[in-house]
Design a protein around this ligand. Sequence first.
Ligand code: ZN
Ligand code: ZN
Length: 169
Amino acid sequence: MLRRDKLNYYLDIADTVLNRGTCLRRNYGAVIVKHDEIISTGYTGAPRGRKNCSDLGYCLRTEMNIPSGTNYELCRSVHAEANAIISASRRDMMDSTIFLVGREYSTGEYVENTDSCIMCKRMIINAGIKDIVIRDDKENYRQISVEKWIAEEKLPKELSKSINEEEGI
Ligand SMILES: [Zn+2]
Ligand SMILES: [Zn+2]
């Protein structure tokens, strides 16, 4: 058997982590790695003690046909990236890499062209994480420098324009 390359190895782990996710729309798994050590993991799930989408039998974002990229507050879940970040110390996360994999609940397929949401991007930047590796499929991924997100910052007006355009509003 061919030896698995290192980035896909961590993505495979994130892919396993997401199986613990509780959202009925999409589940993500995140793994933060520094110096070849896993610092923490996170998956999509409601705040501790609160009911998950899977307990209720629905995700409000799906029920209400909320377009992708908007109204995240309507899903009960804390995002995988956020859960991984709150399980680690900032000192450990400085210059680390976060691996992210997302799957559609209904089909089990990888979320196409996925990306962290704007709130998670803010947290990843402030956590001091250096790179993000996002899985496109079993073999392919995109590696993005968090520096690039900072440089690409959209100002509030541009952001609302681009969300509207994306959603065809
Ligand atoms: Zn949900
Ligand atoms: Zn997010």
